[in-house]
Design a protein around this ligand. Sequence first.
Ligand code: ADE
Length: 226
Amino acid sequence: MRIDIISVVPGLLEGPFSHSILKRAEEKGLAKVQIHNLRDYAIGKQKQVDDYAFGGGAGMVMMIEPIAKCIEALQSQRTYDEIIYLTPDGATFDQVMANELSLKGNLMMLCGHYKGVDERVRQKFITKEISIGDFVLSGGELAAAVLADAIIRLIPGVLNDETSALTDSFQDGLLAPPVYTRPAAYDGMEVPDILLSGHQAKIEDWRFEQSVRRTKERRPDLLDRE
Ligand code: ADE
């Protein structure tokens, strides 16, 4: 998979992809993330990428021309399965979307800033609008990093057995069960006997019960979905 991310603050995206699982995914040749500085496609000597909103009001709007130049330059090199715009008014990201996007070949992500992008960018180029939750970030970069992380870890071969995504929360529609490691007793708190019993089938039953209980308590809305 290849993910191209367009940003006016590319520095915000330098960290996440050079560590741990995401770095390994790139080293294994399973996922490549390329950051593009929108300013490289800016207009005029001022390197302008935003302007005042028609109709007035506080806040700047990202202009269509630099974004169009950047997107078209990328499109001339490869075909994209989705061109995603990160925005608080998009569809809320979840594990189902992460699974779907992990099956794609090439993704482009556009990070908004200021008051957002000129509406015509959305009309002309964007195929999916995604929010990571009902709150407003100062830009789409951290949201793009969240998406990329959730998507890349699902690509077959990225995780090894110990970190398999199959047992993650949400992957089966339930929250994950509690987990324990050594020591078996700490400050009077004991690990449940069943986990030390060696009965694998009973352990799986217990984990499932705990998952259902935890989901009922914390996220009953997940059980109402079809
Ligand atoms: N940009 C600003 N806030 C955002 C959010 N909640 N999700 C995605 N992109 C955003």
